[in-house]
Design a protein around this ligand. Structure first.
Ligand SMILES: [Zn+2]
Length: 478
């Protein structure tokens, strides 16, 4: 029996045992990337967290998980006071290509990055621009239910004073905080009724016909429009997961605007009234800092995966580095810290490669190591604790310990800790074949694919088949 999985729920501002709506189907949604530039390593910390949540649920707790991560292929205004400029279109103009081409280019980079970090694709990865009609349906429902008002020449706004418990995600004492916020807002001149009201959609300016937006749509009787920045997540999550699901995950900066607004528009449009909730568990990961400060384009300290590779690091060193901090703490990225992650990972690989007996496919869930590793993840995904437990187990390796580590490596860590042929499941493969397989692995790492293919043929000729697995390979007797 596994311990209950405790997760910090931003909605209740406390750690809670995870209880699925239906244990036969766990549904989770993660807010994904806006594809207008190469993802930074900070962006990947969020995708890594989504992967960690999913793998813990699916591979450790054995729940059937359906996971969604959206792809935002239209730039949204970062605030209601923003200019009309669409960054995707700005980039497109610069390079003489369409916004669609910009989005495709960076979507591919994002997906390649996931693969390099051993993050499996999410079950559905929908694009915002493919779900415009679903966004319109939700906005129309909100208009019909009198949750909205129009600001001329600007857009259709959500009246947050009509929303049940608006702001609860932001602060435990949200009612008082909202009063203060609105009192402060009255000092400033604004057409909005409440400080927290937000645009569901914005009208396209008629007078700027020569700057027609590539992603705008006609929506009679309101004319040309483009969506506000929150509505797409309501549309895509309900399209694939329905009106209720289990987990919604995003970044810490979604706690103040994006997610309260997503909750407000979804629960209002779908007539969900408290204590019933659209989503019971709201999870948020903290930022990645660089050298103790904010990562920002204006500070020239935004690193990408290829920047790290140029400095001699593998994307899996970064993956290992992410495990070294709890997802709800700000993790400080420095070159030294990444170097330390790389060294630790290499040391574990070396240690594990010294053992040459075949692994037990059976997993002993009652072994002290399995229990200790599970307990650390059950405690709000405490990955630093999991790593230190794993590290101390290395001083006392036996077959059961190795099998447990292998299982966590394969299902959760995925950082190629078992980088050695000595740990094959089968023990009836001749040493000469194992040696060839090792040579082939080395050739593949050197990107000498011709040699790798040649060795594969050599192995095949001797009656064995070598099959590549995502993190390893298997040899079978034909
Ligand atoms: Zn979102």
């Amino acid at each position: 029996m596994l311990p209950p999985l405790n997760l910090y729920n931003t909605l209740t501002h406390s750690k809670e045992a995870f209880i699925p709506r239906n244990p036969d189907q766990i549904w989770m949604y993660s807010c994904g990337p806006t594809v207008y530039s190469t993802p930074s390593i900070g962006n990947y910390r969020a995708f890594f967290t989504a992967d960690l949540i999913r793998n813990t649920l699916a591979n450790l707790y054995d729940y059937p998980v359906k996971s969604i991560m959206n792809i935002t292929d239209v730039w949204h205004l970062t605030s209601d006071g923003d200019t009309w400029e669409d960054k995707l279109e700005k980039w497109a103009k610069k390079d003489w290509i369409t916004a669609r081409e910009v989005a495709s280019k960076y979507e591919k980079q994002f997906l390649d990055g996931l693969a390099q970090l051993n993050i499996d694709k999410f079950d559905v990865m929908p694009r915002a621009t493919d779900h415009i009609s679903q966004q319109q349906v939700i906005v129309q429902a909100l208009i019909d239910k009198w949750y909205t008002y129009i600001i001329d020449w600007d857009g259709i706004y959500m009246d947050t004073s009509r929303v049940e418990d608006y702001g609860e995600l932001m602060w435990p004492n949200y009612k008082k905080r909202l009063e203060n916020l609105n009192a402060g807002e009255r000092v400033n001149f604004t057409w909005k009724k409440n400080a927290t009201d937000f645009a569901l959609w914005k009208f396209s300016p008629d007078d700027k016909v020569w700057e027609k937006r590539q992603m705008e749509r006609d929506f009679p009787p309101y004319g040309m429009w483009f969506p506000g920045r929150h509505i797409e997540c309501s549309a895509m999550s309900s399209e694939y997961l329905g009106q209720h699901f289990d987990i919604h995950h995003g970044w810490a900066d979604h706690i103040t605007i994006h997610h309260p607004n997503e909750i407000a528009q979804s629960e209002s449009a779908f007539d969900i009234h408290h204590p019933d909730r659209r989503v019971r568990y709201r999870l948020h990961n903290e930022f990645l800092q660089v050298n103790g400060g904010k990562m920002s384009k204006s500070l020239w300290n935004v690193y990408t995966l290829s920047d790290l590779e140029d400095k001699g690091f593998s994307p899996l060193d970064l993956r290992f580095f992410f495990f070294m901090a709890h997802y709800r703490t700000q993790q400080n990225f420095t070159r030294e810290a990444l170097k330390q992650a790389q060294t630790t990972r290499n040391n574990i690989q070396k240690k594990l490669s010294n053992y040459s007996y075949p692994l037990d496919q059976h997993i002993d869930r009652s072994s002290p190591l399995f229990i200790a590793l599970t307990n650390s993840l059950a405690d709000d995904l405490n990955t630093p604790k999991m790593l230190s437990t794993l590290n101390s187990s290395l001083s006392n390796l036996d077959q059961s310990t190795l099998s447990t580590i292998y299982r966590f490596e394969k299902n959760i860590l995925k950082v190629w800790l078992f980088d050695s042929i000595s740990l094959l499941w089968q023990n009836d493969i001749p040493q000469s074949i194992i040696d060839l397989a090792n040579q082939r692995l080395a050739a593949k790492k050197d990107k000498n694919f011709a040699l790798a293919d040649q060795i594969r043929t050599q192995i095949w000729e001797q009656g064995f088949t070598i099959t590549d697995t995502p993190d390893w390979f298997e040899i079978t007797l034909d």
